[in-house]
Design a protein. Structure first.
Length: 81
């Protein structure tokens, strides 16, 4: 059963930008299942998503793979351990 919690304005951080979340929809254990965002945020997110080539979209859906790539990229930076 999913419980809807109203009046929970929250800001979810994504890199240097923030996504304004109107409220989260949670399950009976309080775990976030979905987020309701403002329509302006949806338009901004769609713009960003349009920049991601379809051949690379899978990477953003696979959290482990994305984190692995990000770690590898950090390791290639000068002075990285």
């Amino acid at each position: 059963m999913i419980e809807r919690r109203k009046n929970m304005p929250v800001t979810a951080k994504q890199k240097d930008e923030h996504i304004k979340v109107k409220h989260f929809i949670t399950d009976t254990k309080g775990q976030k299942m979905a987020a309701v965002i403002y329509i302006e945020e949806l338009k901004r997110i769609e713009t960003v998503l349009d920049l991601i080539p379809p051949s690379e979209a899978w990477l953003y859906k696979n959290k482990k793979a994305l984190e692995s790539i990000q770690r590898g990229l950090k390791m290639t930076q000068p002075g990285a351990k």
